[in-house]
Design a protein around this ligand. Structure first.
Ligand code: MN
Length: 638
């Protein structure tokens, strides 16, 4: 669990040495001045834990130091409370430390003094101020998050009524912000601390149960990691392997969302493999899949399509000793970005601090623009809603931003721009490349809709559009009455799910409540005494204990949309090869469903499963482009 005071024992010299250790480019002279200034300004002030107030400033600056941020940010971390809590005048701070440090400190300084009696208005106004300053300079929110994290770590010294209010605000506002900025390490720690104060019983019981299970699981995970390590070494791949424990809050969330008890959360741990190149990530995945059986539909390629918050990794789930284990593969750069998010991006210097970087905080600008006119209290309420909605921002060729729900497609985009564009949409380009109309859009994608006078909406579009707006416009154009049954693909509704199960007597089927199977999970049936058949997940703990003679094999109906095409490429391994092949697929808008490698005698094969392209010619083009990649001996569609 989080330590309250990490650098308490450090003197000035140790503090400055550490700053250089994390970032050799910092100016210790200025940081030293900020150190002395803050220590002096807060002299005599105590925190509720009875320690010197300055300890808090040091801890906040240390967190920023660990994110390897620059001189101004570390200085501002040390000085972040001097305007608010000491007699220091703003102009004095500006004169001594300059405009940059001053505006960072000013950004996190509250407009109104917050006390227990402060109304929501003041709280809301303070948050709005921080977010506005963040748009001008992202470092403001990094300082604010470090400050909040340290206040959460020391929350036990606050009166109980404060604890709940601060935790709730953290969970509503700062957790989603850190998620949206991709700062997973801070987000998970904040979440666990919130859980500890908002649901103390849940927190304590999880803590106990996890420590009980830990020894046994630790041993298993260690053995597994050793095995993976040896395997990769044999193939000449250099990698660091770690076992990652899920944070308490995400276990709690899983239990409540899936309505399952702790005992049924089996993925408490994941194995993470960190390596040098992107190429190695795919190669590792191929090796893992050739040894353990992947659980179908659990492969996520966040390298080819990063999450909105910049997260990149390959995720897969395989069955090892009868248990599902999540395996992640990523490069070191991806690892830092996954843990530190926007802070790591900010570090990758000017070249990347361009338009692309701006787009990463476009969502924040949008939220603030929409809510600028609202009064402070409405602002806060709406901010909570906006933060939880996963929205993406696609861009028109003219540069206008179109906000859309996550997983929206070019058709949603077309209707969002104008009904006529939607109704005459023929095809679409994303980032200048023709893509299938059902391709999921990502934030920052530039989307161009190609229209034709004689083009009309297709009934098929209703299967993949995300927005209600597009749905109702398509229905209107097709003259489909509302309420008429539409083919459901990803509906979680029980009846619709059962309809997708491949079984002659659907009326006998019933979804088991214990493991709530979802579309594409591996499932098995169990004949019950009343003749009905309960549908369980293959990995359900309950079904394992039941009479195996009464089990029935069950699978999902093969939907024509889900058919995949298998490509088999014979290759001679070289560095960069996988990446080159995969970029051909990405360029052609093809999504990879599964990836595998196989060596037969001295030949190496790369097996790829892809979704069929909407335009058949794309497949031929792709195959001939792959053939041209050097070291590819042959490619065949199986
Ligand atoms: Mn503070």
């Amino acid at each position: 669990m989080s330590k309250e005071f990490v650098v308490e024992g450090w003197g000035r010299d140790e503090f400055l040495n550490a700053a250089v250790k994390y970032n050799p480019n910092v100016q210790t002279a200025l940081i030293g001045r900020a150190y002395d200034f803050a220590e002096n300004a807060h002299k005599g002030q105590k925190r509720l834990c009875r320690r010197d107030f300055f300890m808090h400033c040091k801890e906040v600056a240390y967190m920023l130091m660990k994110l390897r941020l620059d001189t101004a940010t570390i200085c501002a971390g040390l000085l972040h409370d001097v305007i608010e809590d000491t007699k220091t005048r703003p102009d004095e701070l500006k004169r001594i430390f300059g405009e940059e440090v001053f505006s960072l400190v000013n950004g996190v300084t509250k407009t109104a003094r917050i006390s227990l009696e402060s109304g929501d208005e003041e709280r809301a106004e303070n948050i709005r101020k921080v977010l506005l300053a963040t748009i001008k300079d992202i470092r403001v929110i990094l300082i604010k998050l470090a400050d909040r994290l340290h206040n959460m770590r020391t929350l036990k010294y606050q009166p109980p009524e404060n604890q709940a209010a601060v935790s709730q605000e953290t969970l509503d506002i700062f957790v989603p912000i850190s998620y949206k900025l991709g700062m997973y390490r801070i987000k998970s720690e904040l979440e666990d601390l919130c859980l500890r104060y908002l649901k103390p019983e849940v927190y304590q019981s999880l803590k106990q149960r996890i420590s009980k299970k830990r020894d046994e699981r630790d041993r298993e995970v260690r053995e597994l990691m050793g095995k993976v390590k040896r395997l990769l070494e044999e193939k000449g791949i250099n990698a660091t392997i770690t076992g990652r424990a899920k944070n308490f809050y995400s276990i709690y969330k899983k239990m409540t969302k899936k309505k399952i008890p702790f005992e049924q959360v089996n993925d408490l741990y994941a194995i993470r493999i960190i390596t040098e190149s992107q190429d190695d990530c795919y190669r590792i995945l191929g090796i893992i899949h050739s040894i353990w059986t992947p659980i179908s539909s659990r492969f996520d390629d966040y390298i080819a399509s990063p999450k909105q918050n910049m997260y990149q990794s390959l995720h897969t789930e395989v069955v090892i000793n009868g248990k599902p284990v999540e395996v992640q593969a990523r490069t070191w750069k991806m690892h830092y970005i996954a843990e530190e998010g926007i802070a790591a991006h900010w570090r990758y210097k000017d070249a990347e601090r361009d338009k692309k970087f701006d787009r990463k905080i476009a969502w924040l600008k949008q939220i603030l623009e929409w809510r600028m006119t609202a009064n402070a209290k409405d602002f806060l309420e709406n901010l909570k809603i906006d933060l939880f909605k996963d929205e993406i921002y696609a861009i028109t060729p003219k540069g206008d931003t179109i906000p859309l729900p996550e997983k929206s497609t070019p058709v949603d985009f077309a209707y969002a721009v104008h009904t006529d564009i939607g109704n005459h949409c023929k095809s679409a380009k994303v980032n200048h490349i023709i893509v299938p109309l059902d391709q999921e859009l990502n934030s920052g994608d530039i989307v161009e809709i190609i229209t034709a006078k004689n083009a009309t909406p297709s009934r098929n579009w209703l299967k993949f559009v995300r927005t209600n707006h597009a749905k109702s416009k398509i229905r209107g154009a097709l003259k489909i009455a509302v309420g008429e049954a539409q083919p459901a693909v990803d509906s979680k509704d029980e009846e619709q799910l059962i309809g997708l199960i491949d079984f002659p007597k659907v009326s006998l089927l019933k979804l088991a409540g214990c493991c709530s199977p979802q579309y594409e999970d591996s499932i098995t049936g169990y004949r019950m005494k009343d003749g009905k058949i309960a549908v369980h997940k293959v990995l359900c703990e309950n079904i394992k204990k039941l009479d195996p003679n009464r089990k029935i094999y069950l699978g999902w109906k093969k939907q024509s949309d889900d058919a995949t095409i298998k490509l088999r490429a014979e290759v001679i391994d070289r560095s960069g090869l996988f990446q080159d092949i995969l970029s051909v697929l990405t360029r052609n808008g093809l999504r990879i469903e599964a990836i595998n490698t196989k060596s037969i005698r001295d030949k190496l094969y790369l097996l790829l499963e892809i979704k069929p392209p909407s335009v058949p010619e794309i497949l031929d083009e792709t195959v001939s482009s792959i053939r041209k990649v050097s070291n590819v001996v042959d490619v065949r569609v199986e």
